[in-house]
Ligand binder design. Structure first.
Ligand code: UDP
Ligand code: MG
Length: 313
């Protein structure tokens, strides 16, 4: 009998935990109704919630101590950290990552499970069709992000793929073998390779609570995705620098030749100021790009833990 680990990152989701568990349990029972196909293991990660999320998880753990496990962080470390610790704690032959807000439809589990068991895919992911309630601006930013990241990075990131995915043990072990502190899972899942296929579904509303992503956080997350998997911005800085250098040499030659032939002129202060500002701007822009990479290196070299556990069961 194969074991399925269900990894569930939770941050301030007190209303969703029990509902999530009962819904998924029903789906698993249905999968096992004809013959027992899979043994589930639930791994809830409480990502430093400030509400009663941990209390709800503990209730489930008390009720089903062999099936429900949890880990509670010392503070909020972010979904990426929660996901990583969940994968580390998982022991199943297959591991599925699910949001607790039921936006990742549990009904798909049966299809995902049979795909991964009966084909040679190592990972079955999900793609959400157009997001419910998403503003035009967010949709535009999101599609631009995928365009840019897939143009500049070493890995292909499937547009609109969710973190909802089922993986084989082999796949999970390789994901865990990447020790980086700056974790951009969408990129890591793609970087490790193997064979992945995707199922598409209609987007679902949250059962309770609200999303934790502000536009600003999404923007930072996008920059993270680009910086973590691409050195194109650095190359861009070099290119912009080189081009402005060549242009300035050409300009210098022009000024010298003009001074020697028709004589110099004092006119042109405004254009001079504009050029100084432009070059200064380009320099700062390139320095900023460098700074982004240096800050990532800085964080990596500190070798800080990806998460800190306060309680574990
Ligand atoms: N989450 C988390 N830590 C965080 C933010 C979110 O563990 O710092 C969890 C959250 O509880 C949920 C999942 O990650 O189960 C996805 O979060 P959310 O629903 O806010 O994202 P969205 O579905 O809007 O992309
Ligand atoms: Mg959600």
């Amino acid at each position: 009998m194969k074991k399925l680990s269900i990894v569930v990152p939770c941050y301030n989701e007190e209303e969703s935990v029990t509902l999530f568990f009962s819904t998924v349990k029903e789906v698993i029972n249905k999968i096992n109704s004809d013959r027992k196909v899979i043994v589930p293991e639930y791994i809830f990660i409480d990502d430093g919630s400030s509400d009663d999320t941990l209390k709800e998880i503990k209730k489930l753990n008390k009720q089903f101590p062999d099936v429900v496990h949890y880990q509670s962080f010392s503070r909020n470390f972010g979904k990426e950290s929660a996901l990583f610790s969940g994968l580390e704690k998982s022991t199943g032959d297959y591991v599925v990552v699910m949001d607790v807000d039921l936006q990742d439809p549990p009904e798909l589990l049966s299809k995902m499970l049979s795909l991964i068991q009966n084909s040679d895919y190592d990972c079955v992911g999900t793609i959400q069709k157009e997001r419910l309630g998403q503003s035009k601006l967010r949709a535009f930013l999101s599609s631009s992000f995928y365009k840019v990241v897939n143009k500049v990075s070493d890995v292909y990131i499937e547009p609109n793929a969710r973190d909802y995915r089922i993986m084989t043990r082999k796949f999970v072990n390789e994901v865990l073998a990447l020790p980086e502190f700056n974790r951009f899972s969408k990129g890591i899942f793609s970087w490790v390779g193997f064979k992945t296929t995707y199922i598409t579904y209609e987007s679902q509303p949250r059962v309770a609570g609200k999303t934790h992503w502000s536009l600003q956080q999404l923007f930072a997350y996008s920059i993270e995705g680009i910086i973590d998997f691409s050195d194109v911005p650095l190359k861009l800085a070099t290119w912009v620098g080189s081009i402005s250098f060549i242009l300035s040499i050409l300009g210098l030659i022009f000024v010298i030749v003009r001074a020697l032939t028709v004589g110099g002129s004092a006119a042109g202060w405004p254009s001079l100021v504009v050029i100084i500002l432009l070059v200064g701007g380009i320099q700062l822009f390139c320095l900023g790009i460098l700074g982004q990479y240096i800050s990532k290196i800085y964080l990596e070299t500190k070798h800080r833990p990806i998460y800190i556990v306060r309680e574990d069961a």
